[in-house]
Design a protein around this ligand. Structure first.
Ligand SMILES: Cc1cc2nc3c(=O)[nH]c(=O)nc-3n(C[C@H](O)[C@H](O)[C@H](O)COP(=O)(O)OP(=O)(O)OC[C@H]3O[C@@H](n4cnc5c(N)ncnc54)[C@H](O)[C@@H]3O)c2cc1C
Length: 525
């Protein structure tokens, strides 16, 4: 079997904006394998509506964008990283444009820059309300045409390969751990094979599916963070889960359909069931306050009045412009019987973005040698305790660029590790009870929604941890006894990530940014 190991220079886990931009850059120096666990375009990137933030011209400036990012991050951003991302971001956006991404323009040919919550200027490059779809289209087309890039869909990366898989029992110092590639499951045939890589990039996106209500597509199960954590990489800031204040309230729909912040930037107003606008009570920036403030305000209004949802009102806006700017939202709402020109949109907050993740330095290097991370699975220091809207696509392009430079520098001095054993699942059988997996997944999502969402407390976190321990043990047991399938691996990873969220939330003894606990309310900045 060893002879069957596939060898590549660069292994890229994920085909969203982070994986594709990195792959396109390193491909000039060697062979690249991109692995996607679903169809290649089934990514959070594809669902991004609002756009990508970038400083283009005055009256905007790098300083203003830096300042907005720092304010949103509630004092926990790494200022050096914020400056780097903002000041290098404009070049990366130009690159996306040169690679075929088309952003909306004004009649005079200048870019039509939008504004979202927390931004002091108009700086969001967008394509109507389907920006991510346009970016994903352009990048995928370019990657598929590249002679050095192979892209395999419906393949699931199970685990990273490190010295641990070579049979080493002694615990190494963190800085000595090396990544040699990954074990990959063909989701159709259920065969597992080994890929040896000189450099590996994790660009596996977020973990919204740890929660019952999420805007994230079903691929977002935190696999990259879980596999990096198992390989003993440093993971941080997992307590900072951003809830998008406004997803469409449509019970049973998965993922929850996002109503972009840009709609509030356009003039839409949040209202309670009495039709009252309430944001003024919570923040002087009203409906355009940062997301955590808006989400908590909605949560509070719903709890006070016992409502399951509130409203976003567009009925006072110019109908033609509304439909022209937000055709996707208009069509989606109409499909469930709501004409947004005449009726208010029912909304509810939903888990949306993971600010923490695999800790990386300014070059995208994780704490494991030859292992990089970029995009939503990484923790770069940009977001601090809260992400500023539309900064995540920007973070991904800047860090994938940085990582590509470092990877190209490193790859020349790395050899494949030839002593890696094949995956051994002899004697194991397929678990016939898929229902156990679905049921546990539901339990997990309920635990996270009930005890670890927008408002937390020490008691709620303790309850969550007790319940997680039970399903963790049951799932590990199943994992050890079963031949693997994608569903079981995803469940195991999501439980791992949920554990990290709860653990890190328990350690943070303050209310800050996205981590809000009623036990530390008085310490809030
Ligand atoms: C509805 C919605 C709207 C958003 N709007 C905006 C916005 O307007 N602006 C903004 O900046 N951000 C926005 N975001 C956030 C942003 O879209 C994401 O953070 C970003 O696209 C993440 O990109 P990524 O490349 O890191 O991961 P993704 O685009 O999610 O790609 C992840 C990839 O990893 C693959 N993968 C995962 N695990 C495995 C595995 N085990 N094996 C193999 N492959 C694997 C997946 O198949 C997928 O290809 C939005 C997110 C959502 C969900």
């Amino acid at each position: 079997m060893k002879n069957n190991h596939k060898k590549v220079d660069f292994l890229v886990i994920g085909s969203g904006i982070a994986g594709l931009t990195y792959a396109l850059k390193v491909a000039k120096e060697g062979t690249v394998l991109i692995v996607s666990k679903a169809k290649a375009d089934e990514t959070s990137t594809k669902y991004a509506q609002g756009g990508i933030a970038g400083v283009w011209n005055s009256p905007d400036s790098f300083n203003k964008h830096i300042n907005d990012t720092l304010i949103a991050g509630a004092g926990l951003c790494n200022e050096e990283i914020v400056k780097m991302v903002v000041s290098e971001g404009t070049e990366r956006i130009k690159e996306l444009i040169n690679w075929g991404t088309s952003f909306d323009k004004e009649k005079d040919g200048s870019y039509a820059l939008g504004r979202e919550g927390g931004h002091s200027e108009n700086r969001i490059f967008h394509k109507k309300d389907a920006t991510g779809k346009e970016i994903e289209r352009a990048l995928l087309k370019k990657a598929k045409n590249h002679k050095n890039i192979e892209l395999i869909e419906e393949h699931f990366v199970i685990d990273l390969i490190t010295q641990h898989h070579l049979g080493e029992k002694v615990f190494r110092k963190r800085e000595d751990i090396k990544c040699f590639g990954a074990y990959i499951l063909n989701s159709k045939s259920n065969e597992i094979f080994t890929v040896l890589s000189k450099v590996t990039m994790i660009a596996s996106g977020g973990a919204g599916n740890a929660y019952r209500t999420t805007t994230n597509p079903i691929v977002a199960t935190g696999d990259g963070v879980a596999m990096a954590y198992r390989a003993k990489a440093m993971v941080e800031n997992m307590e900072f889960i951003q809830f998008h204040p406004t997803s469409l309230y449509n019970p049973g729909e998965k993922p929850s359909f996002l109503i972009t912040e840009a709609l509030r930037g356009f003039g839409a107003i949040l209202r309670n069931h009495k039709g009252e606008a309430f944001m003024e009570k919570y923040d002087e920036r009203k409906d355009l306050a940062p997301r955590d403030i808006v989400a908590r305000a909605i949560d509070n209004e719903m709890k006070r009045r016992g409502n399951s949802y509130l409203f976003l009102d567009c009925t006072h806006l110019n109908s033609n412009e509304l439909i022209q700017e937000f055709p996707g939202i208009y069509a989606k709402c109409l499909s469930i019987g709501i004409d947004i020109r005449k009726e208010m949109i029912p909304i509810v907050p939903a888990a949306h973005y993971m600010c923490g993740g695999i800790k990386v330095n300014k070059d995208g290097c994780s704490s494991i040698n030859n292992l990089f991370a970029s995009g939503e699975c990484s923790s770069t220091g940009l977001h601090g305790a809260n992400r500023l809207a539309s900064n995540s696509l920007l973070e991904a392009v800047v860090f994938s660029h940085k990582a590509s430079i470092k990877s190209i520098e490193l790859v020349k001095n790395i050899e494949w590790e030839n002593n890696v054993p094949s995956w051994d699942d002899e004697g194991l059988v397929y678990n016939e009870q898929l229902i156990l997996i679905t049921q546990t997944q539901r339990e997990l999502q309920n635990i996270m929604n009930s005890y670890v969402s927008i408002v937390r407390s020490n008691l709620r976190l303790e309850r969550a941890m007790n319940r997680l321990n039970l399903i963790y043990n049951e799932t590990e047991d199943l994992y050890k006894k079963s031949k693997l399938n994608k569903e079981l691996c995803e469940l195991r990873n999501t439980i791992n990530v949920a554990y990290l969220i709860v653990k890190m939330a328990q350690v943070r003894k303050e209310s800050i940014g996205l981590h809000y606990s009623i036990d530390y309310r008085e310490k809030k900045k």
